[in-house]
Design a protein around this ligand. Sequence first.
Ligand SMILES: Cc1cc2nc3c(=O)[nH]c(=O)nc-3n(C[C@H](O)[C@H](O)[C@H](O)COP(=O)(O)O)c2cc1C
Length: 232
Amino acid sequence: MEIHEALYTTRMMRRLRPDPIPLDTQARILDAAVRAPNGGNTQRWHFVAVDDRELIREFARLFREARALEYEKFRTGQGPMVTPAPGADPAAHAETMRRIKGSGDYLADHFDEVPLLLFVFAIDDLGGANIYPAIWSVLLAARAEGVGGVMTMVLNNFRDRVNELLGVPIEEGWKMSAMLTLGYPRGKWAVAANRLPVHEVSSRNRWDAPFGLEVPRPLWPPHETAELPAAG
Ligand SMILES: Cc1cc2nc3c(=O)[nH]c(=O)nc-3n(C[C@H](O)[C@H](O)[C@H](O)COP(=O)(O)O)c2cc1C
């Protein structure tokens, strides 16, 4: 797959088919992911692939409970999902949250059927900086295999139970960074167009100076690259 297609179309896919992901496909995904940059090349990461149906049912129960906690926080104006970027349209954010909740509800309701969970652990992930390149590589490599998924954090509400269920050697310093659900999507891949354009989130030389070029629409597929207006 051409790299830009992967970059533009790797969306969070929450509606997944139950079909298993073959082991060699899983191996290709993880083999790509462990090429990711990491500070000092210490590679203090560990990936636990879960395909045991009973365990997945247990995690499904935890996931639903954890999600209810997160949405309760959201409802009462707390947590990371509440506040859009400064200056962003609150109505647009509310609409985004409504959509995320819709597909998240589907994932929660069908979690028992998810073919593969991938728990990602790290020692001192530097606030995520040391593990997110690898996590993003998992999702990009999965995209190349036609496998989709979503990275989730909600199980952090039940860290101890997760560690217990997976037998994590926490005394060595391992901490869960994220849990990914993976499977073959029911829907179609599409360009992530619901993002503020480059010129609205970038500047040049100074925070409040224009970036220099307006990018009113995604630059991929390439036929859409013609005639970019210069910023005024
Ligand atoms: C740090 C982080 C945590 C996330 N946690 C969740 C989560 O718990 N549940 C979920 O459904 N999506 C989660 N997501 C996915 C975001 O909701 C998703 O990236 C965003 O809505 C954009 O979706 P799109 O890439 O499909 O356009 C998370 C993403 C990141 C980067």
